[in-house]
Design a protein around this ligand. Structure first.
Ligand code: ADP
Ligand code: ASP
Ligand code: MG
Length: 489
């Protein structure tokens, strides 16, 4: 739809009645000039609470379940009371209770079974977004912006990989156009659940943690939107996570590829798959701060005229390094690598880094810690015979590791940058365990000791000159003395 603006509000942007009021106001203001559809996350921490409740259910811990359910109710009831006029509260509370009762029925089932079937988890965990939709759409309505709540289960069609589903874009486009365009044409503002979808045969799915960004980009692509604005709690995409690096600065502009690499390597500000649906239609994205909407934010664009070299540093703590090595001439390193990667791919594990040594023929794979068990199981069963006959050494696992990645288009054109990055890391006495550059020309990925990760991120950020410039000192008589250097070189 020509001129359509899709907006996504993250958990903190709908984290309380006050935040919902601000976010709804931002959407309503834009809707005065052009059609707007919004995608909302669950209120902050609610998804964690839902997942925790399911774990209590599986363990048969009724008290834990009940106390979480009470917190879930209280949080949304309180938001409802603060957000809406007394006359509207009764009907909206009833809608909220219906959704929470549905959640309670599913967790009761889990408690009876003593397990959490993935399909039921996906159905239950989407409840957080459904509750947000009720509150935000009702608030918009009572404050004069006609709106309609939509469960993305009726719009976003995915494969059946529960917990980490991928969209099927063609059927999604058909459904989105059928369901959402008529609302938009009538001047209604659709408020759509982030995070969830359903398989073609109607089974509920979710798109992975942090998946509401992805929901918004799927819908922006499916509706041929003019722009996507992702509202969060920081001023845009920054040169590093500001929680780790206090002098991180906001990037004015960044390419799809750079943003995707940052997200893939752990920058939580975007879900790693957000940019993919937008590439074909080159839909521009803004990352903006709903706590400071006047700030420009970061514009994410298909490409930039002049690549800028290193732009940002991302990092990931919860990773593990799996090392494999042949132990006899019966198997060489390449064969072992091929067999292992095949097994890992079949287990649907994402490999973050591969690093090998041609002399010892050994190699290591970096995987997310929550996928480690699955990875080991896949490797051990694929290599069972070779391990039993000692053609392959026992698989080694190192959990005391973290991943750091410097990202930027044009980095490959900067000779010596990789060397400077390693020197900066060793200067702060952190061990480099593995290195990967090349698979993507815009990332240099380094595996370091986990306890040194934060120090290493700060050191690389400074070495690449990415920090904010300190304020220029003002001297008497209006003279100022040059610019302060951008970090050490
Ligand atoms: P939302 O709930 O809005 O989706 P998230 O918590 O998922 O927000 O993502 C925003 C957070 O991402 C920020 O608070 C920040 O700590 C973190 N973050 C990590 N890396 C970066 C980065 N490079 N730029 C900005 N924020 C980052
Ligand atoms: N609520 C979901 C999560 O916490 C999705 C999202 O917020 O993007 O993972
Ligand atoms: Mg997020």
């Amino acid at each position: 739809m020509k001129n359509l603006l899709v907006m996504k509000f993250g958990g903190t942007s709908v984290g309380s009645a006050a935040r919902m009021r601000v976010s709804a106001g931002l959407a309503a203001a834009e809707q005065k000039n052009r059609p707007v559809a919004i995608v909302v996350s669950a209120m902050s921490k609610v998804t964690d609470l839902l997942l925790d409740t399911m774990r209590h259910a599986e363990a048969g811990d009724r008290d834990g379940m009940e106390s979480n359910l009470a917190r879930l109710r209280e949080r949304h009831e309180e938001a409802c009371r603060e957000l809406l006029p007394a006359a509207d509260q009764g009907a909206v509370l009833a809608q909220l209770h219906d959704v929470i009762d549905e959640f309670e029925r599913i967790v009761n089932g889990m408690a009876m079974l003593g397990e959490r079937p993935p399909r039921s988890v996906d159905e239950a965990v989407a409840v957080g977004e459904r509750l947000s939709v009720v509150l935000v759409s009702e608030f918009l309505r009572v404050s004069g912006t006609p709106s309609v709540g939509v469960n993305a289960r009726d719009v976003v069609v995915t494969d059946a990989v529960f917990g980490n589903a991928s969209p099927l874009m063609e059927p999604t486009r058909v459904k989105a156009q059928e369901k959402l365009l008529p609302y938009l044409e009538q001047g209604l503002l659709p408020v759509i659940t982030g995070f969830n979808g359903a398989s073609a045969d109607g089974r509920p799915t979710t798109l992975g943690r942090g998946g509401s960004d992805f929901s918004a980009s799927i819908l922006a692509a499916a509706l041929d939107a003019a722009e996507l604005w992702i509202w969060t709690d920081v001023d845009g995409i920054m040169s590093a996570d500001p929680r780790l690096v206090p002098d991180a600065q906001v990037l004015e502009e960044i390419t799809y590829a750079e943003a995707a690499e940052l997200a893939y390597n752990g920058a939580k500000v975007l879900h790693p798959r957000t940019l993919a649906p937008l590439v074909e239609k080159k839909i521009p994205v803004w990352s903006k701060n709903s706590f400071a909407p006047e700030k420009p934010g970061t514009r994410i664009v298909p490409s930039m005229a002049v690549p800028q070299g290193a732009r940002a540093v991302a990092s990931m703590r919860n990773v593990a390094l799996v090392s494999l090595e042949p132990a006899s001439a019966e198997m060489n390193g390449v064969q072992l690598m091929a067999r292992s990667l095949d097994a890992i791919a079949r287990a649907d594990v994402e490999v973050l880094v591969v690093s090998s040594s041609s002399y010892r023929q050994n190699f290591c794979l970096l995987v997310r810690e929550d996928e480690l068990e699955r990875s080991l199981h896949a490797l051990e069963s694929a290599l069972a015979l070779e391990l039993a006959h000692h053609y392959v050494r026992p698989i080694q696992v190192d959990r005391n590791v973290g991943l750091l990645a410097a990202v930027g288009e044009g980095m490959q054109g900067k000779p010596g940058l990789a060397g400077r990055i390693f020197t900066a890391i060793s200067r702060v006495q952190v061990n480099v365990i593995a290195i990967a550059q090349g698979s993507s020309e815009l990332t240099i990925a380094v595996v370091v000791r986990r306890d040194g990760l934060e120090k290493a991120v700060k050191a690389v950020h400074a070495e690449c000159g990415l920090g904010m410039r300190p304020p220029v000192p003002v001297f008497p008589f209006g003279q100022s003395e040059g610019r302060a250097p951008r970090g050490k070189r």
